[in-house]
Ligand binder design. Sequence first.
Ligand SMILES: Nc1ncnc2c1ncn2[C@@H]1O[C@H](COP(=O)(O)OP(=O)(O)OP(=O)(O)O)[C@@H](O)[C@H]1O
Ligand SMILES: [Mg+2]
Length: 195
Amino acid sequence: MDKLKLRASIRQRRASIPEDERYAASVQIREALLDQPWVQMAGLVACYWSTGAEPATHGLVFALWKHGATVMLPVLRDDLDLDWAVYDGPDTLAPGRFGIMEPVDVRRGVDAVRTAALVIVPALAADRSTGVRLGQGGGSYDRALARVGPNVPTVALLHDGELLDGVPAEPHDRPVRYAALPGGIVRLGEGRPAE
Ligand SMILES: Nc1ncnc2c1ncn2[C@@H]1O[C@H](COP(=O)(O)OP(=O)(O)OP(=O)(O)O)[C@@H](O)[C@H]1O
Ligand SMILES: [Mg+2]
């Protein structure tokens, strides 16, 4: 299946998830992440503010911030690359491009993501054996992930059924190390669960 078809089918599937189920899944994903030592230890986290039927990150962002982490959220640029700004509580967001909420704080530049100790990204699907992720089609996160060092944990948040065997990949696609699903955290690229 090509990227366009796979995106369409996952978007359609997501749209059919009842709101209460999606909320429950998001809570499970959040708890699974907050249980991980490498999440608890991260002082600077790059995350995203979810929209639509994505696994919701609002509670996760709030919890990380409450626990004392500095959380950066993306600010979408005209060229679809990602700038970053710091979240400092629920009152520090305002609608940006496509109505997505963005921090009102000063922009730290596209390279700010290089300084994160943990990078949490959206995805429509991820490949269990390679870690390649399928995004919404802007290439924004491929650009951001290309700036992240090899030892920084990277996580894609997925609904059940979105961790696949075989995701179409192009040379610019950047893999992630983990997938976070309602059932727990899966280490990708090695076929074994996260430690
Ligand atoms: N490093 C890059 N520099 C410039 N453009 C890029 C880069 N990576 C990807 N792109 C552009 O983004 C387009 C979309 O890429 P792709 O289909 O992989 O998006 P995606 O992975 O679904 O989106 P996202 O990364 O935002 O989740 C590509 O056709 C390419 O033109
Ligand atoms: Mg891609």
